[in-house]
Every structure is written in structure tokens, then in C-alpha cells.
Design a protein around this ligand. Structure first.
Ligand code: G3P
Ligand code: CA
Length: 384
């Protein structure tokens, strides 16, 4: 598990300026950095990352409780090319790293009697949820909690680390990344998602402005900064595009669904519209890539087996957009039926077979809970 895989050699992605995606050797590529660093500038982005890019999903959540400094550190030590943070706010406006504002499943909050009366029911993006929510806690209060494994029934080994780490702030992660970057002599790339941005703006806790402030403070607000911004709400990405020049990716949920900001604004478009050439062209006017579900790349049939790839990779590339689909996990229960092995849902299946199949579609990278496996699969693919 701790073996560090070799990065795929020599390939980098250049995007933007309305051109088709160009994957090339790193040397000799130039950009107009001054113009590209202006917020809203559409071109000049260069992701100096290997292709396929391995994105450590919530750190390395296959092996550690997600969104902890322990999870991020292991992802980095394994060699993940870029490490993901999901962001939500506290009551006093700090950005913290959690996959959702409901912290019931990923912290020990339920074991804190002093917070028992904070348990509540609320509607988040149209879904009724009961639990404890970050926006009802100050940062100082959240810091008294400890992170725990989200899916202990699937990942019992990870429960060994329950209680070891606190909830990190995004600023702490930026400091950690700077420190590790200096130590290693190369930048630590971060992949940062705004969670429920319309919901939080409605509470007076807009995410984009404090996020942009932190990016400027830590010099990650430029077109060539080692950071990618992402959101399921195109409106959040458009707002960020006016605040910073940092590269941006629009996440796409399952076919038939609709971004929550579209729901609120009455925009009739669904994911099915966004993956068509007109939708892709629209997203390319304010983003450099998309993060679709893996099913939007290769749909599954009713038995969970992979069918034929869609035209999304070709169509997105034609608009100059890169593709970073999500999420590959090694366990049988999360794999396409084609790659399951044996009957234990929590045992590993043929993850290498699945990675190879997805990489063969031409995607530019992939989110994975198991970056070490993804790196070896990427090296295999590149060596072919
Ligand atoms: O952000 C890419 C991927 O992480 C999206 O899924 O729900 O894990 O944030 P989610
Ligand atoms: Ca995410």
C-alpha cells in the first residue's frame, strides 16, 4: 500500500484559449502569464500535471478517514498528482474540509453531550437531512471533534484511525501544502470543491469570496497556480471565474439530474443538456474542464456491466475541455460488475482492469480513493 508508483512520464495538458485539448511534453510550452492571471481570462491555463492525472479523492479515503491531514499526507506520500478537498463553512465563516455540512457520519459529534441539542432536521438542496451541521458550529467548537471512517462496514481497517485527526480548515491545508511543497521542491497540487454553494449563500455564508481571498493570500489565484477549482453548480464556477484565474472544472452528476443552482434559478437544462455540444461549449466559456460521473463516460446496463463508451470524451475535447471523471474505488461493491472478483463485496476486485478500461477512453485523469492503485494503472497505460 505504501509503495510509491512511478508517475506517467513526460505528458502534460495544455488547455484554454478555445483550442482543443493538447497533451504534450512539458518543455517548450509557453503561456501569456500576465494576461492569463486576470480573473475571467479564458485561456493560457496550463496544468503541469502528468496524464492520466491521478486525483486523491478526499485524500486517500480508501485507507484513511476522509478529509483529514492523515488522509492528505498519505495521498501525497503515495505520489498522487493532486489531492482533493471538499469545502463547507462554519457558523463564523471559516472554510473547513468536509464532504458535506452534515458531519454525523464522519465525526464523533454524536458522542459529544454538549452538542446534543444541535441535532436538527433541515433541507439541503431539496433533501431533508437530520443530524449535526457545520454551519451551526463555530470553528472552535468543530475543533473539539474528531474525524472517523464514513463507511466502516466496507472499510473496517480504516476505523483503526478513528479519532486520530481533527477537521482541518482549508487554510491549514494550504499551509501544509506550502510546507510540503518546499520540502519536496515542487508544488503540492490541490483540487478544491465548493459544496452546496447556493444553499450556503442563502444563509449569508457564501463560499466563493472567502475561498478567493485564501487563494490570493496563498498565491494560488493565478491561471498557472497548482490548484483546480470544482463545483457541481456551474454558477459557483462562473462566480469564481470572476474572482480568480485559477483553473476550473464543472462537475456533472448522473444523467437526468440538474445542478441545484439551475433548480433554484429555473434554468431548465439538465446534465443531459450539458453533455451535448452546446452545453459543453457553454461550460468552456468559463471552465477548463468537466468532472463527469464514470457512467457518463461508459454507461452500465441493468446488471451493472459496462456498455459502449459515449461520445463525451471526444465532444468535450472538441470544446477544449479536459475530463476528470469520478470515482474509482477498489472494492467489488463499487466496481462495474465486469470487474468484480469473488463474492465478498468489500474485497478488492480487478481494479486494474477497470482503470485500464476507463483510461482507454481518452480521459485526462481520474478521482480515486486508492491513488496508489491508480498510479500503477496510469503507469501501465502510459507504457503501452
Ligand atoms: O469532486 C469529484 C468527486 O469528489 C465528486 O463527488 O460527491 O465525492 O464530492 P463527491
Ligand atoms: Ca468532491
Amino acid at each position: 500500500m505504501t509503495e510509491r508508483a512511478q508517475a506517467a512520464p513526460g505528458r502534460r495538458t495544455v488547455i484554454g484559449a478555445g483550442a482543443a485539448v493538447l497533451t504534450t511534453a512539458a518543455l517548450g510550452v509557453t503561456t501569456t502569464a500576465q494576461a492569463a492571471d486576470r480573473p475571467g481570462h479564458g485561456g493560457g491555463h496550463r496544468l503541469d500535471l502528468p496524464v492520466p492525472t491521478v486525483i486523491g479523492h478526499r485524500g486517500t479515503s480508501g485507507y484513511r478517514p476522509e478529509h483529514t491531514l492523515g488522509s492528505y499526507q498519505l495521498a501525497l506520500d503515495m505520489g498522487a498528482h493532486i489531492i482533493e478537498q471538499d469545502l463547507v463553512p462554519t457558523r463564523d465563516g471559516h472554510l473547513v474540509c468536509r464532504h458535506e455540512n452534515d458531519i454525523t457520519a464522519t465525526t464523533d459529534v454524536s458522542a459529544h453531550p454538549e452538542f446534543a441539542n444541535r441535532r436538527t432536521t433541515k433541507s439541503v438542496d431539496g433533501v431533508s437531512l437530520t443530524g449535526w451541521f457545520t454551519e451551526d458550529f463555530t470553528l472552535a467548537e468543530l475543533k473539539t471533534l474528531r474525524a472517523k471512517e464514513r463507511i466502516p462496514a466496507n472499510r473496517q481497517k480504516n476505523t483503526l484511525y478513528d479519532g486520530r485527526w481533527e477537521i482541518p480548515t482549508f487554510e491549514e491545508v494550504l499551509r501544509w501544502a506550502d510546507r510540503e511543497g518546499r520540502r519536496r521542491g515542487k508544488p503540492v497540487w490541490l483540487y478544491v470543491e465548493t459544496k452546496h454553494p447556493t444553499y450556503f449563500r442563502g444563509l449569508g455564508l457564501g463560499l466563493e469570496e472567502p475561498l478567493a481571498g485564501l487563494l490570493r493570500r496563498y498565491n494560488r489565484h493565478r491561471a498557472q497556480s497548482p490548484l483546480i477549482l470544482q463545483s457541481f453548480e456551474p454558477g459557483s464556477i462562473r462566480r469564481l471565474s470572476k474572482l480568480v484565474a485559477t483553473p476550473r472544472v464543472v462537475l456533472l452528476s448522473d444523467a437526468g439530474t440538474k445542478p441545484w443552482d439551475f433548480e433554484v434559478s429555473g434554468d431548465p437544462r439538465t446534465t443531459d443538456d450539458l453533455v451535448k455540444p452546446a452545453g459543453l461549449k457553454w461550460m468552456a466559456s468559463f471552465a477548463q474542464g468537466i468532472g463527469p460521473t464514470l457512467d457518463l463516460i461508459i454507461p452500465k446496463d441493468a446488471s451493472g456491466r459496462l456498455g459502449a463508451p459515449t461520445t463525451l470524451v471526444r465532444d468535450a475535447h472538441a470544446q477544449g475541455l479536459i475530463l476528470h471523471p469520478y470515482t474509482m474505488r477498489n472494492e467489488n461493491t463499487f466496481l462495474p460488475a465486469d470487474f468484480r472478483r469473488g463474492t465478498d463485496p468489500n474485497a478488492y476486485g480487478d481494479a486494474f482492469g477497470a482503470f485500464a478500461t476507463y483510461f482507454a477512453t481518452g480521459i485526462d485523469g481520474i478521482f480515486s480513493d486508492n491513488p496508489d492503485t491508480a498510479l500503477l494503472a496510469a503507469a501501465d497505460f502510459t507504457a503501452k
